[in-house]
Design a protein around this ligand. Structure first.
Ligand code: HEC
Length: 208
């Protein structure tokens, strides 16, 4: 006779029930974490829930952190023409060759706070290498954090899928539905981690 949930012994039923309840609780906490850490601070500034989640995982590709800073809180330290010059340099690819054009502006207007000499501990904006960190397009999660997080998660999540799916497989739902649904989570996570699925993986793709 095939194993079904009804035929499980009482201790197994208790185990399965507590496991599912705890997983459900974990899921709620995960949603709460996403909301409190990544969404709420942004929605406070008027950003929508979906936009905040996209910014966290997909990044803000239409701008760079330097340009965003110049358009926002750092804007008051430059004149309009200085800002235009820096923004033009960024949009032309923020190349080292053209850095000589913007370096004097940065030294004059930003170094007061953003240099080792200023000793403020703020991001340094004196050399090309330092500035380049803020002119890279924001792709959300970096490839390094992606591989670090992914390898742990692929192991861990497989176990979650295995246990929950196993319990689900023992239910009385039609076989075709069960077969389909046990495959879905695995396919989904492959898609999520694969190139294109995760924004960071597009760093491997040639620039369009
Ligand atoms: C009076 C001091 C001061 C000056 C001058 C100043 N900044 Fe800043 N800057 C700050 C402080 C404080 C922060 C950190 C708080 C924040 O992000 O608002 C910061 C943060 C930044 C950041 C990091 C933002 C991020 O994405 O984390 C960038 C980029 C930046 N400034 C660029 C500039 C540029 C470019 C200039 C010159 C046009 C400039 N700043 C001039 C004080 C200054």
């Amino acid at each position: 006779m095939p194993m079904t949930l009804q035929t499980l012994s009482l201790p197994l039923k208790v185990l399965v029930t507590l496991f599912l309840l705890t997983m459900g609780l974990g899921y709620l906490f995960a949603l709460a974490y996403l909301y409190l850490i990544d969404v709420e601070p942004h929605t406070k500034h008027g950003m929508g829930l979906v936009a905040a989640v996209i910014m966290k995982y997909y990044g803000q590709r239409e701008t760079t952190r330097l340009e965003a800073a110049l358009g926002g809180p750092m804007g008051e330290y430059v004149t309009d023409s200085q800002r235009t010059q820096i923004v033009q340099w960024i949009r032309q690819g923020a190349r080292e060759a053209g850095f000589a054009r913007v370096q004097p502006i940065l030294t004059q207007t930003c170094a007061g706070c953003h240099s080792a000499a200023a000793g403020t501990g703020l991001p340094l904006l004196t050399s090309y290498t330092e500035v380049a960190r803020y002119t890279a397009v924001d792709l959300g999660q970096s490839i390094k954090s992606l591989v670090r997080v992914s390898h742990i998660h692929l192991f861990g999540i497989s176990f979650i899928f295995m246990f929950t799916s196993f319990i689900f497989v023992c239910s009385g739902i039609p076989v075709s539905v069960r077969t389909f649904l046990v495959a879905v989570p695995f396919l989904a996570i492959w898609l999520d981690m694969g190139p294109g699925g995760s924004p960071s993986m597009t760093q491997f793709l040639p620039p369009s």
